[in-house]
Design a protein around this ligand. Structure first.
Ligand SMILES: Cc1cc2nc3c(=O)[nH]c(=O)nc-3n(C[C@H](O)[C@H](O)[C@H](O)COP(=O)(O)OP(=O)(O)OC[C@H]3O[C@@H](n4cnc5c(N)ncnc54)[C@H](O)[C@@H]3O)c2cc1C
Ligand SMILES: NC(=O)c1ccc[n+]([C@@H]2O[C@H](COP(=O)([O-])OP(=O)(O)OC[C@H]3O[C@@H](n4cnc5c(N)ncnc54)[C@H](O)[C@@H]3O)[C@@H](O)[C@H]2O)c1
Length: 524
């Protein structure tokens, strides 16, 4: 740990606030932190816009959209659709959506917002001190020093995101496996793809690559989408099989052998009990080896703190940055002054979605802006509001608290069917000691579904706190379930009593009419 780096290094530049990481979260932090007149530097090692814009949300959803549009058209007689997708056109649209991996557009937004962009890899070298070096050691620094020492007068906010985890499977690293980066940036669709993992990346990429014409195998240790309702994961497993994907549940990857043609052969073993999580047979899963042109590893992500210098302030590299609800980092070493280090987004290990990270970014941006700037300055959103003292509990649901993280964060998995969920699952509500009542309804039974498609299939569920008669969780599985989720998020965050929801009349004939059915089923 650096004893007193302030005396050891003289900063080259000083800002009020330094944000490390210019992904969607860091951009939001920087924007809001500057709204009370503070000067803000945004340090970005790669592309401004982060993983989400170039290798995650945007390219993956762009690759998934054509198959979804085709399926939707097929559900309506009279609409002619080709069987195969025009793969070059799909990939060209993906390229356009990621701006050909050029961040000029985002940079111009940063500059327009008055934020100083510092390109390079940031590293904490002591309280409020950050060193920045080029990510590529051979890069031309345009006359600037190779190492720039930045000082923050008030705060450093870490928004460095996460990195994929590669499991320690013999031979896997030698097989040159893809992570989501290579999968979302694909130029040549492989003839076959073996996906290790059964979570969000695995299921979304399985649909996308099956749509693009690859022969896909999914190798999952447990039920698919293990953090959602079990019936939602089962529906995705069934639909993947309908798409021709070989879904193996309850299998582990023992070893990987690289084949002379560059492909790989994966040897499998059984994990856990014989019955997979897909509601299927009692038989052991198929453990025959899998051969594929490519392997995609989708076994989760880890907070990106490994090379961040957090040990300089007593934190453990590689671990998530633990934060309170104002996003202030906890656990600095005794003797290191506190109150200046904040974090938001994937790096906190709280929730790994862009929208929730951006929400945390707005919270921490407002906390920093109000704590260290003039919260009442013209145009500041914080006018008239005061943040809690450092370390004090913020008022829940105030602008200075990320209250929704624990109880009301939404997520959409853009598989076919889509899985959209917010708040508690039935199991997590029971574990939290809530007096749970569950209402399930088949979406095909509402008129809007029949109008929408001949073969509309889907299911939806509310988890109700029966003691308070409020919704604490909801899951929608079906075509365009994504667009039905926000009503549920509002009901959960607003703790709207069911008796008041009765007066929120869904339009006819929409699939959202399921809200009326929910309440009728509940007994209203
Ligand atoms: C394949 C895939 C699909 C996804 N799809 C969705 C989706 O549809 N919807 C959704 O909500 N979420 C989705 N996610 C999750 C989403 O991408 C993340 O939650 C989101 O990107 C987190 O934002 P962030 O700003 O915290 O981190 P990131 O987007 O990872 O950005 C962090 C930035 O920090 C930079 N950085 C890191 N370390 C340093 C350093 N030391 N110095 C300087 N810069 C640094 C990085 O270069 C990067 O630009 C997906 C994830 C994956 C992998
Ligand atoms: N639409 C979205 O919102 C979206 C899309 C993609 C990713 N993301 C986010 O990105 C993050 C990463 O996604 P992900 O799918 O990589 O993680 P995940 O946590 O969703 O799934 C990881 C999967 O890998 C399995 N696994 C873990 N270790 C393994 C091992 N050693 N061997 C075999 N299997 C193993 C797990 O059982 C699980 O099925 C997620 O937290 C997710 O929220 C979000």
């Amino acid at each position: 740990m650096t004893s007193d780096p302030q005396q050891e290094t003289t900063p080259d530049e000083t800002y009020d606030v330094i944000v490390i990481g210019g992904g969607p979260v860091g951009e939001n932090v920087a924007d809001r932190a500057g709204r009370t007149g503070l000067s803000v530097a945004l340090v970005e090692a790669e592309l401004v816009g982060g993983e989400c814009s170039y290798w995650a949300c945007i390219p993956s959803k762009t690759l998934l959209r054509p198959g979804a549009a085709r399926a939707e058209a097929r559900g309506v007689p009279g609409v002619g659709v080709d069987d195969a997708l025009d793969v070059p056109a799909v990939l060209a649209r993906r390229d356009a959506m990621v701006a050909d991996w050029d961040d000029a557009g985002q940079v111009s937004w940063v500059e327009g917002a008055g934020i100083a962009l510092v390109r390079g890899l940031g590293r904490i070298v002591g309280p409020r001190l950050v060193e920045v070096v080029p990510e590529d050691p051979d890069a031309d620094t345009d006359g600037l020093p190779r190492t720039r020492r930045l000082a923050a007068r008030h705060a450093v906010v870490v928004a460095t995101g996460s990195v994929p985890v590669l499991p320690d499977v013999p031979g896997l690293a030698d097989a040159n496996p893809w992570t989501s980066r290579e999968a979302t940036a694909v130029d040549d669709v492989p003839e076959s793809l073996a996906i290790v993992g059964g979570g969000v990346v695995a299921t979304e990429m399985a649909v996308a690559f099956a749509d693009l014409g690859a022969r896909v195998t999914v190798l999952s240790r447990g039920a698919l989408l293990g953090r959602t309702e079990p019936w939602a994961g089962d529906a995705v497993a069934a639909s993947l099989r309908d798409l021709g994907v070989d879904v193996r549940i309850g299998v582990g990857t023992e070893s990987v052998e690289t084949l002379p043609d560059g492909g790989a052969r994966l040897t499998l073993s059984a994990v856990g009990s014989p019955r997979g999580g897909d509601g299927g047979s009692d038989a052991w899963p198929d453990l025959s080896p899998v051969t594929a042109a490519r392997v995609l590893v989708a076994t989760g992500r880890a907070p990106r703190t490994q090379d961040l210098g957090v040990d300089a302030v007593g934190l453990v590299p590689g671990r998530a940055l633990d934060v309170d609800d104002t996003m202030l980092v906890q656990g600095l070493a005794p003797g290191v002054e506190g109150g200046w280090l904040y974090a938001a987004g994937d790096v906190t290990g709280r929730v790994a979605t862009t929208h929730q990270g951006k929400y945390q970014g707005r919270v921490v941006g407002d906390v920093v802006a109000a704590r260290f700037g003039d919260p009442d300055v013209d145009g500041a959103p914080t006018a008239g509001e005061r943040p809690p003292a450092v370390g004090a509990e913020p008022e829940p649901w105030s602008r200075f608290a990320a209250t929704a993280d624990g109880v009301a964060s939404p997520q959409v998995v853009f598989t076919r069917p889509e899985v959209a969920a917010v708040g508690h699952t039935e199991a997590s509500a029971r574990a939290a000691g809530i007096d749970v009542r569950v209402v399930r309804y088949a979406l095909a039974n509402v008129s809007g579904a029949a109008v929408r498609a001949e073969d509309y299939a889907g299911s939806a569920q509310l988890v109700v706190d029966a003691a308070r008669e409020v919704v604490v969780g909801a899951t929608f599985v079906g075509p365009d379930a994504a667009e039905m989720l926000h009503a549920a998020t509002i009901a959960v965050v607003g703790e709207v009593p069911l008796r008041r929801l009765w007066h929120a009349v869904p339009s006819y004939p929409t699939v959202s009419e399921v809200w009326l059915r929910f309440l009728e089923e509940y007994g209203l």
